[in-house]
Design a protein around this ligand. Structure first.
Ligand SMILES: *Cc1c(COP(=O)(O)O)cnc(C)c1O
Length: 397
């Protein structure tokens, strides 16, 4: 049965606001706030430390991991949650390098999100074994796949342009070259169908505050292909990744499951919010989300191109080559986005000149998209973005 879309009633969305930034911070699912209050008052407040057992806090990371696994085509038990995506990138990368001890190249692309590349640089310095990070243009990655490449780490959907890597084909090529594959699903989980099992990739990582609506700073996730997890030596050997944390043994001994990717005490309130937020996916088929997302983004592109000739499409024109976002380049993109936000249409700006719009069929309708294009046209034709108040650059863009 086709998913009934959109369902804005499931979210706390201010009236008269068109939210095209769910790719950056998803909105608050209605019952998630109530769940947080309950966890704080009934569990932390009333049960205190007993809640680790009585309220199932210690089991929560694995429970949430299983729910995320269902959304990314991963086997039950193959996804661990916690920490932030930056930390999960570090863990995956360190583990992947260990699997190819004779190779010294980490291959990514220059469109990757900065933190993924920064974490790789930090790991390279820490290991101090002569590793190098190569970042060709996204379309040149496969031609850089030489036999000294240990690991290929790519973000499936480019955060700036929305360009989509072909997960299946790239993973196959990486394996043919003898390297290990890490996918960053930050802009994929909850945005489009992903089949990690079919891809055969060794690792995937992602965050949960974008399309999964887990709230600011929500815990990240890491997938490890089940057949390799018991050979994986965790670089961050924290006590909650230990096989028996409360045995308080003198030496680290990793858990006999994906739980070995846990590090320290989980953020229980945030995990509870995420657990509640994941309810909105019950009964939702991601193929329906994808079809609706393509319809919304195609409509937005045609409306904007017809109304705003000063904007240049910066995303692939073929919807099958895009994730769930559309970007336009405009020289004055920053103040133009501020003017647009001031008029109730929220997107965001990414350096150097990208106006970015995310399409989330769970709560965005085609009427919203047309209205957003109309308001954008007004900002462009009146040059409202020239107003001095739109020129001040905030800390977060
Ligand atoms: C959003 C995003 C991040 C953010 O990492 P955090 O550690 O959660 O701040 C990292 N990588 C990619 C590709 C992203 O899109």
């Amino acid at each position: 049965m086709a998913t009934h879309l959109p369902r804005p009633d499931l979210f706390e969305l201010p009236e008269d606001l068109i939210y095209l930034d769910g790719n950056s911070l998803g909105p608050l699912p209605k019952h998630a706030g109530a769940r947080a209050s309950e966890v704080i008052a009934r569990e932390w407040g009333d049960q205190l430390i007993r809640a680790w057992n009585s309220a199932g806090w210690m089991a929560l990371p694995a429970k949430v991991g299983s729910r995320i696994a269902g959304l990314i085509g991963a086997a039950d038990g193959s996804v661990a949650t916690g920490d932030t995506l930056s930390i999960k990138v570090y863990q995956a990368l360190a583990a992947a390098l260990n699997m190819r001890p004779d190779r010294r190249v980490i291959l990514s692309d220059d469109g990757n999100f900065p933190t993924d590349l920064y974490m790789a640089e930090g790991l390279i310095r820490t290991l101090d074994k002569g590793y190098v990070l190569k970042t060709p243009a996204p379309e040149d990655v496969l031609s850089e796949l030489t036999d000294d490449v240990a690991v290929v780490m790519l973000t499936h959907v480019d955060y700036r342009t929305g360009r989509l890597h072909d997960m299946q084909a790239v993973t196959q090529a990486v394996h043919d070259a003898g390297a290990v594959m890490i996918w960053d699903l930050a802009h994929s989980a909850g945005a489009l169908p992903v089949d990690l099992t079919a891809s055969n990739a060794e690792f995937a990582v992602g965050c949960t505050y974008k399309y999964l609506n887990g709230g600011p700073g929500a815990p990240a996730f890491i997938y490890v292909r089940p057949d390799i997890v018991l050979d994986l030596q965790p670089v961050l050997s924290g006590w909650l990744g230990h096989d028996a944390p409360f045995a308080m043994e003198r030496h680290y001994r990793p858990a006999m499951s994906t739980e070995r990717l846990r590090v320290g005490t989980p953020s229980v309130v945030q995990l509870s919010i995420l657990d509640a937020a994941l309810d909105v996916w019950d009964g939702v088929d991601l193929r329906d989300i994808r079809a609706a997302s393509i319809q919304l983004s195609e409509r937005f592109i045609s409306e904007v191109e017809a109304r705003c000739p000063m904007l240049t499409l910066a995303s692939p024109r073929d919807p099958n080559m895009r994730g769930s976002q559309v970007s336009f380049a405009f020289q004055h993109g920053y103040p133009a986005m501020q003017a647009l936000i001031d008029r109730g249409v929220i997107g965001d700006f990414r350096q150097p000149n990208i106006m970015r719009f995310g399409f989330t069929p769970l709560y965005i309708s085609e009427a919203d998209v047309v209205r957003a294009a109309e308001i954008l046209e007004n900002v462009m034709t009146t040059e409202a973005w020239r107003e001095p108040k739109y020129q001040t650059v905030s800390r977060v863009t």
